[in-house]
Design a binder for this molecule. Structure first.
Ligand SMILES: Nc1nc2c(ncn2[C@@H]2O[C@H](COP(=O)(O)OP(=O)(O)OP(=O)(O)O)[C@@H](O)[C@H]2O)c(=O)[nH]1
Ligand SMILES: [Mg+2]
Length: 240
């Protein structure tokens, strides 16, 4: 029997990486008594995140790092991490930002939702009990508008399609043909959830509060938002 794997993509997270790995490790040690793994996927961060990750792999059991040579975006980093987790026999594969926007304590609730019947548990800002703290109006509108747009274009009932706090059962990632996923930014999150639903799996939204990062800088860009606007209608066409 495999254990849950958490994949943590990092680019310039030197100020966050150690604290987030230690916090997630403590939560998962309680939530998954049979063991867990944490895999950091670092795109050769100029700020030295990869070196801190190497030290953590020496200090903590079950923590590993995948070093990639250059920044290629969130989607490719996750796909590389997923491939390692599946090859390593993961029972579940979890996604989380490494900047404390996602509360590591919520990993336990996502994992529990998959034990309660979900094939994919989504951390959701836009269901009852969920929310966003300390975002300005523009950022709120872009995020809400993005989820609304994807929901209408793809005809889905999911409220939060662009979030990146997820727990997949292994069987989902095996079924959704990961090598053909091409999107990089927010569209990557939409594409994975859409493929999961098309494949007939059960998706549950788990309310979370999203907090703005305290340390480090955002990698969100207009390019990523525009990529999502262009790619989402193409996802629908491809599925027909
Ligand atoms: N490996 C890798 N990780 C990335 C890349 N881009 C972003 N990340 C990581 O993915 C996670 C989410 O990225 P953020 O920079 O927080 O982007 P965001 O959440 O869209 O933006 P903010 O909410 O403003 O922080 C963080 O852990 C980043 O370090 C990338 O190109 N490669
Ligand atoms: Mg972030």
């Amino acid at each position: 029997m495999g254990v849950p794997w958490l994949i943590l993509p990092t680019f310039d997270e030197a100020e966050n990486i150690e604290a987030i790995v230690r916090a997630a490790d403590a939560v998962l040690a309680r939530a998954a008594p049979d063991g867990h793994r944490i895999l950091i996927v670092d795109d050769n961060s100029p700020d030295g995140t990869g070196r801190i990750a190497d030290r953590l792999t020496d200090e903590l059991d079950g923590v590993g790092v995948l070093h990639r040579t250059a920044r290629q975006g969130l989607g490719p980093a996750y796909l590389a991490g997923f491939a390692h987790a599946l090859a390593g026999g993961a029972s579940h594969v979890m996604e989380m930002d490494a900047d404390f926007s996602h509360d590591p304590a919520d990993l336990a609730r996502l994992l529990q939702a998959t034990r309660d019947g979900a094939d994919l548990a989504l951390g959701s800002r836009y269901v009852d009990g969920g929310g966003v703290s300390d975002w300005g109006l523009l950022r709120r509108c872009v995020s809400r508008g993005g989820s609304w747009y994807a929901r209408v274009v793809l005809g889905l009932k999911i409220r939060d399609l662009t979030g990146g706090f997820k727990c997949f059962r292994r069987e989902v990632l095996e079924a959704i043909d990961l090598p053909t996923v091409r999107s990089h930014g927010y569209a990557f999150q939409v594409e994975l959830t859409y493929r999961t639903i098309l494949a007939g799996f059960h998706v549950t939204e788990v309310p979370i509060t999203f907090r703005d990062r305290r340390l480090g800088h955002s990698k969100m860009s207009w390019r990523i938002a525009v990529e999502a606007m262009v790619l989402v209608p193409q996802l629908r066409r491809r599925s027909r």
